[in-house]
Design a protein around this ligand. Sequence first.
Ligand code: HEC
Ligand code: HEC
Length: 262
Amino acid sequence: MKRALLVLTIALLQTTSAAAQSLDFQTYKTQVEPIFLRMRPNNGPGGSCFMCHTKVVSRLRLQPVSGDKPAWTEEQSRLNFEAVTQLVVPGDPLKSKLLLHPLAPEAGGDPIHGGGKHWQSQADPEWQTLAAWVRTGSATTANSAAAATLDFEVFRTRIQPIFTTKREGLARCSICHSQTTNFRLQKLPPGRTAWNDEESRRNFDAVQRLVVSGDPLASRLLMMPLAAEAGGDPFHPGGKHWVSRDDPEWQALAAWVRGQAR
Ligand code: HEC
Ligand code: HEC
């Protein structure tokens, strides 16, 4: 039993390379990457995928490009390929975040994408191109589910207090983030300074999509409030709460995301 669990854990850790191996790079290079470069003038928050995804903190980390006719070199495309395949479950477009995140919720997509909804239906030719590419891969192991490895008790006792801590010149995370939409914590009733178990469960669910299990540097929860000079996101409306990755709070978050905190 223990052994089976160990094998499963290793299988989950290896999914990235397994996914990359089973998907076709040439199809990716010639058909998928042009989608990331295509200009989308009429698209709500606007811009092309690459304009945000060479900068924002997420697993879709594309290599920098510039110029009137931006294009990636073969080597850059290989690096992009590594990042993009992490967001794909080979053989299964409807389990692939790459296809679900920019797809309208009414068409089966995720509820929210920071960059807006680029496809209104699965019949969209771009969506179809991506789906065809994903189907070139054979189902390997399941994609790693963040919920499977993140520790709830550590979250409840060590991570949540970070959200209610007052820092010099800044508001507490919990004040703003009980009202925002993308990252939403439960409201604390007046007079209470900590969340009960049920509220903590909900917070835990809300935080799942902002962390990438095992990868603090791809986790928005850690990178949004981190100073840009320390590798953080260029901008966070709530200010920069940590000037360096050595900050004990940042370290506690990183240990939790890596599954090291016990
Ligand atoms: C205006 C900026 C912007 C544009 C344009 C944009 N995105 Fe995003 N995208 C974001 C932000 C911010 C996030 C992180 C927050 C979230 O998950 O919604 C994100 C997250 C994602 C994720 C999830 C990454 C992860 O780590 O789980 C995927 C997949 C994605 N975008 C795909 C795309 C694709 C494909 C396009 C082009 C069709 C695109 N995005 C265009 C801003 C943008
Ligand atoms: C003064 C208000 C304010 C404070 C304080 C604040 N934030 Fe934010 N933060 C925002 C706003 C506004 C956004 C963008 C809208 C949203 O997330 O819904 C944002 C975005 C984020 C995002 C990205 C959500 C996404 O999916 O794009 C994360 C993660 C985040 N904040 C974490 C934190 C953490 C952790 C703290 C405390 C260390 C904090 N914030 C403190 C206002 C604040």
